[in-house]
Design a protein around this ligand. Structure first.
Ligand SMILES: [Mn+2]
Length: 324
């Protein structure tokens, strides 16, 4: 299957009057930064545009939403375009999937390797470090004038998905786009302080508790931990604040594979996977019904947390053994 061009997608957006943007559940810096940037660009072009969410925005990303996000599915009836951004299957926006289908035209813009075309127009490039990079190019196709707020949203998308240009997905292009964003007037330090130096004490307490469950696998090549609802109650921490725990595990010397198993309900667990150098977590996540990138992936397991933990542990051990 061949991508549509960004020019074609920009053309469709230009023809539309109303556009609803769909980032994935557990919205992250890339998904929210990308959709907010695009939303503002579309509004500047005179469109009725909104970012439709189904869950809360993490506290450190709320600065991005200056009136772009809505949780009200009735806001636009039968939008001209429904567009999913930074996600590529309806399972990533389950509670909004029916609304998505209301779109007269559907569009998918994403950078996940496991994404298969399912919309009328698709642009999926897994080489791109962040969907924000694709959105930046799309916004330029739309003819949007340089704008500080849009620039900062794109910058937030890029730094969060590249781990501040440290992850293996980082490209020359990530830096080149950032260079251009400087000309858009972005305040890098302001964005960094909002995202990284804004941690709630409750999150630190939750991390402390979660780290106590750390289990080391295969002589230190794997690291896995879990987070329960009880831990959230005890500390006042939120599940969305476990974002980053998997990177913490991966940062341990010698660890190749890391996983965080999160209890969302009695029979519902979500897992974040990370790989360091040789590993491929998209493959491991796929075996458990999920997907994602080579170095960062996820899945949902419909089982009690103890059972989910065991399933993930088993797959990690298999993955480590495959590394040789
Ligand atoms: Mn992304």
């Amino acid at each position: 299957m061949k991508n549509n061009s960004l020019k074609e997608i920009a053309q469709k957006l230009s023809e539309a009057k109303s556009i609803l943007l769909f980032p994935h559940i557990n919205v992250d810096g890339d998904a929210l930064g990308s959709t907010v940037a695009l939303c503002k660009a579309l509004r500047l072009a005179g469109k009725e545009a909104w970012v439709l969410l189904e869950d809360d925005i993490p506290a450190n990303l709320r600065f991005l939403d200056k009136g772009y996000c809505t949780w009200n599915q009735e806001l636009i009836a039968e939008p001209d375009i429904c567009m999913c951004v930074d996600c590529g299957d309806k399972g990533r926006f389950e509670k909004r999937a029916d609304k998505f289908d209301e779109g007269k035209i559907t569009v998918c813009v994403d950078h996940h390797r496991t994404t298969e075309f399912f919309c009328d127009y698709n642009y999926v490039d897994s080489e791109e470090a962040a969907t924000g990079q694709i959105v930046f190019q799309l916004i330029k196709e739309l003819g949007t004038e340089p704008d500080k707020e849009i620039g900062e949203a794109i910058y937030a998308a890029i730094i969060t998905d590249t781990g501040n240009y440290q992850y293996s997905n980082t490209q020359k292009k990530s830096h080149e786009i950032t260079m251009e964003l400087y000309d858009w007037g972005i305040d890098c330090n302001k964005v960094s302080v909002e995202i990284y130096e804004n941690t709630r004490m409750e999150k630190i307490l939750l991390k402390n508790l979660a780290m106590e469950t750390l289990k080391v696998l295969e002589g230190g090549k794997g690291a896995i931990l879990y987070v329960t609802q009880e831990m959230l109650e005890k500390t006042g921490g939120l599940m969305e604040e476990t974002e980053g725990f998997s990177q913490d595990l991966r940062s341990i010397a010698g660890v190749e594979y890391a996983a965080v198993v999160k209890e969302y309900g009695p029979e519902l667990a979500r897992v974040s996977f990370r790989a360091k150098t040789k590993g491929d977590v998209a493959k491991i996540a796929q075996r458990l019904g999920g997907g994602g990138h080579t170095k960062a992936a996820g899945c949902t397991i419909y089982a009690p947390i103890e059972e989910a933990f065991k399933m993930v542990e088993k797959e990690l051990i298999t993955g480590i053994k495959e590394l040789g």
